[in-house]
Design a protein around this ligand. Structure first.
Ligand SMILES: Cc1ncc(COP(=O)(O)O)c(C=O)c1O
Length: 423
């Protein structure tokens, strides 16, 4: 397992756009109050390699890092493709998704700073499960605002968090002023990541011993997730004898994208190689429920609805956009992060959108061929890989395709059932 995270900010294709932060208090002041100091520093670290604290390394190892890189021979055979398809198996982590990688790091820094409670939002619940577990590792409490429609669709994620002692509340929440305001305007609001981030930050602001943790969208989260891209490069070489980015082959790194953290963790360590001419394609698979990178406008906006975060330049559906309550809770953000948007804008990143049926069908195919049941979010990356393999075959190319299998799908079976079996 890598002992350092890789800071890829120096490898971006251009400067990060300025944020707009004129509120009172400013978003920077709010952030300084609710976030552990080290995490804010890790948004723009000085060094290129950052040592992972030893207790974090120990927990990550205990949780199964490095996770396997699985060659999908049976899927390849089923497709009749010349591509070599690999899956990075984040679904094997104990909380069920890659989110645990940053949850452990963030919980560690919060505990080091003397905070006693972790507060966060969660969409489909995978991030919340990871925070609930990481909180226990470092003797902390967890309070989690979960998007209401997801909480109703996926009650077992709530049970997992509560079993770990976490307090779970639906968002929009009656516990916060912003939640009550949103419910006043739209009484049956299904909730969104925008409502849940606002609930969580407002709640953390009222509790000085609490730390607010972000599950995605922030450079420090992307930094922690660089373990993904680093491990993959090493595993491709050492276990599978593959080099990545061989000329004329069109190798692909593919991840689904909500806040962009499994995507950036996957591609961040490889940006330099691509800029230096390696034949590497990066592909974001998003949901048609919130198709920011493929259909959004490039504009300033906030990721929350309460005005606690700064306005950042990114591909957006607009702050009033309420995503339809489908089974893909992790991809329903209305605004893409500045960093992912920059990569897209500069042509470093391609993007494609799938509806949930297509993603779940790809997930079913993976189950039936490889025996792996992935979360619907990860099904988007699988669907994208199927298209990439078909196009490569049509061009007589034999690329390496790496799919980030971001999470397990056992707790999403209701979604699979409703969409694919109940029709
Ligand atoms: C399993 C899974 N995959 C992917 C995502 C999307 O997150 P991100 O875009 O930050 O990688 C989520 C978010 O909740 C998730 O739970």
């Amino acid at each position: 397992m890598p002992t350092h995270w890789y800071n890829f900010l120096g490898d971006l294709p251009g400067p990060m756009p300025e944020v707009r932060d004129s509120g009172s208090p400013t978003a920077a002041e709010i952030s300084a109050q609710v976030r552990p100091r080290v995490l804010i520093e890790q948004n723009a670290p000085d060094e290129q390699w950052i040592a992972i604290p030893e207790p974090v390394v120990q927990w990550l190892r205990q949780c199964g890092r490095p996770t396997p890189l699985h060659r999908a021979h049976r899927l390849e055979k089923h497709l009749g493709t010349g591509a070599r398809i690999y899956l990075k198996r984040e679904d094997v982590l104990p909380s069920g998704s890659f989110k645990l990688n940053t949850a452990i790091a963030q919980a560690y820094y919060a505990a080091e700073e003397g905070r006693t409670t972790l507060v966060t939002e969660t969409g489909a619940g995978q991030w919340g499960m990871s925070v609930a577990l990481a909180a226990k590792m470092f003797g902390l409490r967890a309070e989690i605002f979960m998007v209401r429609c997801s909480l109703e669709q996926k009650p077992y994620r709530r049970h997992y968090m509560e079993l770990l002692g976490a307090e779970v509340r639906p968002s929009p929440s009656t516990h916060t002023a912003i939640g009550r305001k949103i419910l006043g305007e739209v009484p049956d609001h299904p909730g969104s990541l925008g409502t849940a981030i606002s609930d969580a930050i407002e709640h953390a602001l009222g509790h000085p011993s609490a730390a607010y943790l972000a599950g995605s969208g922030m450079p420090h989260v992307y930094l922690h997730q660089t373990l993904l891209g680093l491990e993959i490069a090493q595993q491709l070489k050492e276990t599978h004898g593959e080099d990545l980015g061989v000329d004329g082959r069109g190798d692909h790194l593919i991840a689904c994208s909500g806040g962009g953290s499994n995507l950036c963790g996957l591609i961040g360590p490889h940006l330099r190689a691509k800029a230096d001419g390696a034949d590497l394609r990066f592909l974001a698979a998003e949901s048609t429920a919130a198709p920011r990178l493929t259909q959004g406008v490039y504009a300033y906006g906030r990721t929350d609805l309460g005005g606690f975060t700064p306005e950042v330049l990114g591909y957006t559906m607009g702050e009033s956009f309420i995503p339809p309550p489908n089974h893909v809770g992790g991809l329903r953000n209305h605004h893409s992060s500045a960093l992912v948007s920059l990569l897209r804008r500069e042509g470093v990143l391609d993007a494609v959108a799938f509806d949930q049926r297509t993603a779940l069908e790809a997930g079913r195919l993976l189950l039936q061929t490889e025996g792996l049941l992935l979360a619907p979010e990860a099904g988007h990356a699988v669907a994208a890989a199927l298209d990439v393999a078909a196009k490569a075959d049509a061009q007589n190319l034999e690329p390496v395709i790496v799919i980030l299998a971001s999470g397990a799908g056992f707790l999403d079976l209701q979604g699979y059932d409703e969409v694919l079996l109940d029709a």
